[in-house]
Design a binder for this molecule. Structure first.
Ligand SMILES: [Zn+2]
Length: 442
């Protein structure tokens, strides 16, 4: 057990199982994590007794683990959940999503992001990487919730319902960087939508902005066969080769999907230190294909998990995403040994942190790291008996099993009650927005 001499202990979280990372599990009565301000300062036995003045979140059958990290989502798309399903990607986008996105407002994005944040907190996500329109409203919602967020305004060649002409998109992003400079919870990123919606010059200009700001370059890449066809027609090469030719593959790139990548391209992505946000449920629902994640992991490419938006998933529950990821690769490879529980939990925690360049701060529970942690109630029929907690986390648990959540040392959910957001007000507002969105299609 380790300890750091520090200031006052504000919070002690105490349970029966402690998953410090995907490979280390302790089982012990009253195993505890002590938090001072935003950091973990001590891990040990029965710390609630040692620090009686601290707030205590305790459960006799509790499992304490790092909060889950969603490396690719569009939180505000919760407003389109279930609006149109079971359609080919282009028909879905062009007939149902794009016409409505064109009518989005700052307020719809703010409220819809709040709704997703409620769902994220309730299902154990403590960090998310978002790409969407009206990113200032996404950031404002994230800040209100206390959830750690990477946020960027999506840019493409055509005018945006948010900023209008492309040039204004750069100014908007500049404002975001200024507004959140040095913020503890919000990190601003640069978000070109994709190689098929952004010209080479736009991709290059945004890369220069990412370089100047030392920011992540978050892009959809090699999502499906259509993207490869379009790219091949226009540039005579694959999406990955296109970015390579432009000299844009580097350690800042967070590539969402990476479904259509060859063995050679995986090697190139490793060499260029590109990171992958793997979104298996979205890839399944839109029939995009299966990302070669076992091959990526074998070559030590950094892979995190993401839900993508709620219109193509249709939720942001990272426990569900782990379950799907582990099973999808087994059936795809016809090999039950691939994408095992440890690898899958790693992708949803420390792997995700590494995708975001934040592995020194989050992704595991250790003294000195940020206090981003969740507790699950293991005293439930589907989680009994417990032979291997990591197996349960990947194959059995769901977001509804999470009952406490702490982010940056702040308790954001206690006994399944969100402390930072008014859920009743958000649901009421979203019902009104839902009716509005329904009418947009008429
Ligand atoms: Zn996406």
């Amino acid at each position: 057990m380790s300890q750091e001499k520090t200031a006052e202990i504000n919070l002690v979280v105490s349970g029966r199982y402690l998953v410090t990372d995907s490979q280390n599990v302790l089982e012990q009565e009253n195993i505890s994590v002590a938090v001072s301000k935003d950091r973990i300062v001590e891990i040990g036995d029965n710390l609630a007794v040692k620090y009686p003045q601290a707030q205590c979140l305790s459960h006799a059958h509790g499992l304490i683990m790092p909060g889950l990290i969603n490396t690719h989502t569009h939180a505000a798309m919760s407003c389109f959940r279930g609006l149109a399903d079971d359609l080919p990607l282009m028909e879905w986008l062009q007939e149902h999503i794009f016409p409505r996105e064109a009518q989005l407002t700052s307020e719809i994005v703010y409220q819809s992001t709040l709704l997703s944040l409620c769902e994220m907190i309730r299902s154990g996500t403590t960090s998310f990487n978002d790409m969407y329109l009206f990113a200032k409203d996404v950031a404002r919602a994230a800040a209100a919730s206390g959830v750690r967020a990477w946020v960027g305004e999506v840019l493409y060649d055509f005018p945006s319902p948010n900023y209008g002409e492309l040039e204004n998109g750069f100014t908007y992003t500049e404002d975001l960087f200024e507004q959140y400079a040095g913020d503890d919870l919000i990190t601003v990123t640069v978000n070109p939508h994709s190689v098929y919606t952004c010209s080479p010059s736009l991709l290059e200009r945004m890369a220069a902005q990412a370089e100047e700001k030392q920011a992540l370059y978050h892009i959809h890449l090699a999502e499906n066969q259509d993207e490869v066809h379009t790219c091949t027609e226009r540039y005579q090469c694959s999406p990955v080769q296109h970015l390579e030719t432009l000299g844009l593959l580097n350690e800042r790139v967070v590539a969402a999907h990476g479904v259509m990548v060859t063995e050679e391209e995986i090697k190139l992505l490793v060499e260029r230190r590109v990171k992958i946000a793997h979104c298996p449920e979205s890839n399944m629902k839109l029939a995009s294909g299966v990302a070669p994640v076992p091959a990526m992991l074998a070559k030590e490419l950094v892979v995190g998990l993401g839900t993508d938006g709620s219109a193509s998933n249709n939720d942001v529950d990272m426990f569900g995403e782990m379950n799907s990821a582990a099973k999808l690769h087994k059936v795809d490879q016809m090999d039950p040994t691939v994408m095992n529980a440890t690898q899958t939990l790693h992708a949803a925690t420390l792997g995700g942190a590494a995708v975001l360049g934040a592995e020194a701060a989050i992704g595991t529970l250790a003294v000195g790291k940020k206090a981003d942690l969740i507790m699950l109630d293991m005293n439930q029929p589907h989680l009994t008996p417990v032979y291997n907690p990591v197996s349960h986390l990947v194959y059995t648990a769901g977001g509804g099993d999470v009952f406490h959540s702490v982010i940056n040392g702040q308790v954001v959910m206690e006994n399944r009650q969100i402390t930072t957001l008014d859920e009743v007000a958000i649901f009421t507002e979203m019902k009104r927005i839902g009716e509005m969105i329904q009418r947009m299609g008429q």
